[in-house]
Write a new protein. Structure first.
Length: 95
């Protein structure tokens, strides 16, 4: 994780912590190992901010058989937030 974080300007570790917080608040949809493996295995070509990393992680979360609805909601909200941010409407991205 440390070398991967360094290649991502030090933003991957804080993004991972935020996703792990979401995971914890939602009944541990994934194990910590599953999340870290999925996150470090992703490619982040256009990420320049913490927000970019968090949204990309959520958009690419692996499907979970146990909590499919929670993951679907997270992916949908991440995609919506990205759309509003690209349209330069950040206040709408927070809803």
């Amino acid at each position: 994780m440390a070398s991967r974080d360094a290649s991502c300007s030090g933003l991957l570790r804080p993004a991972t912590r935020l996703v792990k917080l979401w995971n914890s608040l939602n009944g541990r949809v994934y194990s910590s190992f599953e999340l870290e493996t999925a996150i470090t295995g992703q490619y982040y070509p256009d990420c320049v901010s913490l927000t970019d990393y968090v949204l990309t992680i959520f958009e690419n979360l692996p499907d979970s058989e146990d909590q499919a609805q929670l993951v679907k909601v997270a992916k949908t909200r991440a995609a919506g937030a990205r759309m509003f941010l690209k349209a330069r409407l950040p206040s709408l991205a927070q809803e």
